[in-house]
Design a protein around this ligand. Structure first.
Ligand code: PAF
Length: 271
């Protein structure tokens, strides 16, 4: 039997989105490694790091019952012994998610590199919810010539349209109602025919909800992450805050089919 491993890196606080990555992993290998490590290097804000939801015991049970055959929960000292030289995510790392979060993507690449060196997977699976992260990791793996295939997995939404995220636990029921504006804006924008009307619609719908504080909303070209000039290969990306909780979402202009060719998945999160 092959020793090839498929790897699902996580920061824990697992939800149905993570479990779907483990489910997809089963298509690649019977050796499924899940890591749980809250990476301090990718948090620019110490308070965000301190309050990041953690449930290591619950995570281990969930990952195991979802099918993980190895669960790795390294310490900060294990991942970062001594001085850390960070990997640069380049110019793309300073846009959108990286613009307001200095060093975020450098921190992501630095930890992913260390996780990859330890696990040595043949495949690694990342969710399309963090579309810019997926883009940057794919680009870096290609440029570094690493023998790892990066697989993008479809974003998972709750029944109310909210993209699943570990941060959602911080939303009150009223916040959740407010947060619905994001998927509403994405659906309406991606239903437009022209790129200009899609951009207008995205901004108009988001602006209609006073409880949503916009960080950015754009339609980018999936191939290069530059503002899209046509709907082809376009993807609407949005980030902002509801009651101080940062939310992130995206949708393909050829929605609801994701880049991996699988329909967007909706689940009902268990309470
Ligand atoms: O997407 C995440 O959970 C994290 O950014 C990752 C890829 C596990 C690196 O810490």
């Amino acid at each position: 039997m092959s020793n090839s491993k498929v790897f699902v890196p996580t920061m824990g606080s697992l939800h149905a989105g993570h479990l779907s990555l483990i489910e997809i992993a089963k298509n690649y290998s019977s050796n499924i490694v899940v890591s749980i490590f809250v990476n301090p290097l990718q948090f620019e804000n110490p308070e965000d790091l301190a309050t990041y939801p953690r449930d290591i015991d619950g995570d281990i049970v969930q990952a195991r019952s979802a099918g993980a055959t190895e669960i790795w929960t390294p310490t900060v000292e294990e991942i970062y012994p001594g001085t850390v030289e960070q990997i640069s995510a380049g110019a793309i790392g300073k846009l959108y998610e990286g613009a307001g979060r200095a060093g975020h993507f450098d921190g992501v690449l630095t930890v992913v590199d260390r996780l990859f060196r330890h696990v040595q997977p043949t495949w690694a699976i990342f969710g399309e919810k963090d579309f810019q992260q997926l883009f940057i990791i794919k680009k870096w793996v290609k440029a570094s010539g690493l023998p790892i295939e990066i697989i993008g997995a479809p974003l998972i939404r709750d029944l109310d349209g909210l993209a699943l995220s570990s941060r959602n636990v911080r939303l009150t029921p009223d916040d959740r109602k407010t947060a619905r504006v994001i998927s509403r804006a994405l659906r309406q924008a991606t239903a437009e025919r022209s790129i200009d009307s899609a951009r207008d619609r995205l901004h108009d719908v988001l602006a209609s909800e006073p409880g949503f504080k916009l960080d950015y909303a754009e339609i980018i070209n999936e191939d290069n992450f530059e503002p899209a000039s046509s709907a082809r290969k376009g993807r609407a990306i949005v980030a902002g805050w509801v009651n101080g909780v940062r939310l992130l979402d995206n949708m393909s202009m050829s929605s609801p089919i994701s880049v991996s060719g699988i329909r967007e998945i909706q689940v009902k999160t268990l309470a």
